[in-house]
Design a binder for this molecule. Structure first.
Ligand SMILES: Cc1cc2nc3c(=O)[nH]c(=O)nc-3n(C[C@H](O)[C@H](O)[C@H](O)COP(=O)(O)OP(=O)(O)OC[C@H]3O[C@@H](n4cnc5c(N)ncnc54)[C@H](O)[C@@H]3O)c2cc1C
Length: 371
């Protein structure tokens, strides 16, 4: 399924594609090896593409799809900083928090990070949370640690979840704005990972971090729904990454199949190869329908929690499926770094885990559809 685009939309897509292909792609190998951090390129991108002007939902989605086609790990780091930190604070913060914390991150002047997961609390992040925020006079004192946090090793600012002890919000999970310079804050080194290697991941340690009361996001009345709505945004964003991966892998495999000859014929003429390509196309086409639902409908499509989880589950599985099928079609070449699909396949798997594993999506869908 090809999207119907206006001339303006086509121009937008082509502009993004050109920028990512010429300005980002040549630096991806250095980023994957951990020799170059993604944040400088994010600032260049923000200026080069005039991102303040990204007003339509089509432009925002296409921007992320095009970024993910080239580097899902860059998209993961950018999404964690500007989406999970920046957009979250923009949507839920007080006017002062928006000005002082969200705006610099949304402009890529600072790097943001979003810390929910803990060593003992992943899928069960809320109930299992051990990090506490103790009310002490006009201050909050945070104690605990977070792990597997995107951008943590280098972020300037963190949105950290903790269980409040005392104050009006006693017993609830709250989000706090934390600065790297706050006494008691430290981070671990970048973790070594299967994929998403261009996106630094690490731990955050909070050792009696004393914060003024105005660091509580939104001024203090957000409870469980806050985490839920953040997770919905994250899940929608991760589906977009999977679409970018699936699109690129499908195209690489299709083009390769048309030019690679065996037994005197292009491998695309073999029905067994055609079947793989056709199934890959089914997946790409369906992911596109999910990710571009608003564009196709010509209006904002309201999605229930079950729909968001269904979209994330499907796109994540299909991203991995298409990427591994691409490796199979390219065979020996597919297994080599040079042909890109092996990197995209390693990156794709993360999307089945982050933002809630497949099992957590299934449990949430089941709860929602059964009432
Ligand atoms: C590269 C990377 C980046 C990340 N970035 C961030 C970030 O920026 N911020 C952040 O907060 N977190 C982040 N995460 C953490 C991620 O969200 C968690 O890894 C994920 O939620 C799963 O938690 P866990 O790893 O502790 O697995 P666990 O919860 O220990 O799950 C282990 C297995 O048990 C299954 N399982 C658990 N509970 C159930 C159940 N009730 N029924 C059936 N099966 C179950 C799971 O599906 C999984 O297969 C990141 C992770 C990675 C790998």
């Amino acid at each position: 399924m090809e999207l119907e685009l206006t001339d303006e939309q086509r121009l937008e897509r082509d502009t993004f594609r050109r920028w990512f292909t010429t300005e980002l792609e040549p630096r991806v190998p250095e980023m994957e090896r951990g020799e170059l951090l993604p944040y400088g390129r994010m600032r260049d991108m923000h200026v080069g593409l005039g991102l303040e002007a990204l007003s339509s939902s089509f432009a925002r989605t296409t921007f992320m799809v095009e970024m993910s086609r080239v580097s899902p790990s860059f998209a993961l780091s950018y999404g964690a900083s500007t989406g999970l930190f920046g957009a979250n604070v923009l949507g839920k913060g007080t006017p002062e928090q928006v000005r002082d914390w969200a705006v610099p991150v949304l402009r890529c002047e600072k790097v943001g990070s979003w810390g929910l997961t803990e060593p003992g609390a992943g899928s069960d992040a809320l109930r299992g949370m051990k990090t506490t925020a103790r009310r002490d006079g006009d201050h909050w004192v945070l104690c605990g640690s977070k792990t597997f946090i995107t951008n943590a090793p280098y972020a300037d600012v963190f949105l950290v979840y903790a269980k409040a002890q005392g104050g009006d919000v006693d017993g609830s999970v709250q989000a706090f704005l934390v600065d790297r310079a706050d006494p008691g804050v430290s981070t671990g080194p970048p973790m070594k990972k299967m994929g998403m290697r261009g996106s630094p991941t690490g731990e955050i340690f909070l050792d009696d971090v004393r914060l003024p009361a105005d660091r509580l996001l939104g001024g203090g009345v957000r409870q469980r729904d806050h985490v839920k709505s953040s997770l919905a945004v994250e899940r929608g964003g991760l589906s977009v990454l999977s679409l970018g991966i699936a699109e690129r892998c499908f195209e690489i495999a299709r083009d390769y199949a048309k030019t690679r000859h065996q037994f005197g014929e292009p491998i695309a003429s073999f029905q067994l190869v055609q079947q793989r390509l056709a199934r890959m196309y089914v997946a790409v086409s369906n992911c596109r329908r999910i990710v571009y639902a608003d564009h196709i409908a010509g209006r904002k499509v309201r999605e229930s929690v079950a729909d968001v989880c269904a979209g994330k589950l499907y796109c994540a599985e299909m991203g991995t499926f298409v990427a591994f099928e691409a490796i199979h079609i390219l065979a020996g070449n597919g297994y080599m770094e040079e042909y890109v699909v092996e990197r995209l396949a390693r990156d794709a798997k993360l999307i089945e885990l982050g933002g809630g594993t497949t099992e957590i999506q299934i449990l949430t869908i089941a709860r929602a559809i059964l009432g």
